[in-house]
Design a protein around this ligand. Structure first.
Ligand code: MD3
Ligand code: FE
Length: 216
C-alpha cells in the first residue's frame, strides 16, 4: 500500500480544485491504467454490465456493474445497495486489492484518512450515453468521500450545488483522471453530458467510470 503511490504517481500529474471540498487529481492513474482496465474486464466476466431501470420506468443509458460488499441496484422497488447481484444471484465479485488501494490512496491524497470503500460501482458509457443530474444519497454514511476514476474516451462532468436548480459547471475528465469529493460537495447534484463519439485504444468508443464508496 505504501508503495502504491510510487507506481501510480511517477508521471505528469496535477491537482485542480473544483470547489472547497472537491478536487480533480489529473492523470493520477495514467501509469496504472492498463492494469486497472484489465481488472475491470475481469470483473465484467463475473458480473456483466447491465442497463438498470429508473424508478420512473426509464432504462438508464449507462450500463452498470460493480464489485465489493455492496452493489447499487435499481428496480421497481427503487434504488438501493444490495449484497447480491440480481443477475447472477451471487455476491458481487470481491473488490480486488488493487482497486481498494487505489480508492484509498486517492482519498488520502485529497485529505480523507482511513477511507474504506465497500462498494465499487462501474459505469460504462457508449456514445450518446449520459447521466442526468442527481445526488448520490443511497449510502449510509455521507461523511465518507466518493472517489471517481475515469477511463476510456473523455467526458464532461456536470457539477452543481445542493439544489437541483443551482448553476452547474462543466469539468472535462479523461482517461486516468480521478475526482474526489466529500464534505459539503458530497451531496451536490452532478451528472455526465452525452458522450461524444471518439476512440480510445483499449476501450474503443466507451467511457468507464469507477466510483469507490462507503455504502453499508
Ligand atoms: C458527486 N457517476 O455513478 S462520478 C454515479 O461519471 C455517477 O459515471 C458519474 O454520478 C460518472 O452516481 C459521475 C463523478 C462525479 C462528478 C461530479 C460530482 C461525482 C460528483 C459532483 C458532486 C458530487
Ligand atoms: Fe452520482
Amino acid at each position: 500500500m505504501d508503495d502504491l503511490f510510487d507506481f501510480i504517481n511517477n508521471g505528469e500529474t496535477w491537482v485542480e480544485s473544483i470547489s472547497d471540498d472537491a478536487v480533480v487529481l489529473r492523470q493520477f492513474l495514467s501509469n496504472r491504467s492498463a492494469e486497472l482496465s484489465a481488472t475491470i474486464k475481469d470483473i465484467e466476466q463475473q458480473a456483466p454490465f447491465r442497463h438498470m431501470k429508473t424508478a420512473g420506468g426509464f432504462t438508464m443509458s449507462a450500463a452498470i456493474t460493480g464489485c465489493g460488499d455492496y452493489g447499487w441496484i435499481s428496480d421497481r422497488r427503487g434504488y438501493r445497495y444490495s449484497k447480491v447481484d440480481p443477475i447472477t444471484e451471487q455476491p458481487w465479485p470481491e473488490m480486488p486489492k488493487l482497486l481498494f488501494d487505489i480508492g484509498q490512496q486517492c482519498a488520502l491524497e485529497a485529505g480523507y484518512k482511513d477511507f474504506k470503500p465497500d462498494a465499487c460501482l462501474i459505469n460504462r458509457y457508449a456514445p450518446k450515453s449520459k447521466m442526468s443530474l442527481h445526488q448520490d444519497k443511497d449510502e449510509k454514511d455521507f461523511t465518507a468521500p466518493i472517489v471517481s476514476v475515469s477511463l476510456g474516451v473523455p467526458a464532461t462532468f456536470l457539477f452543481g450545488g445542493a439544489q437541483r436548480s443551482d448553476k452547474t459547471i462543466k469539468v472535462p475528465v479523461s482517461h486516468g483522471d480521478v475526482v474526489v469529493w466529500g464534505g459539503e460537495s458530497r451531496l451536490f447534484f452532478h451528472g455526465v453530458s452525452p458522450i461524444k463519439p471518439s476512440y480510445h485504444p483499449f476501450w474503443g468508443d466507451n467511457r468507464i467510470n469507477i466510483t469507490f464508496r462507503t455504502a453499508g
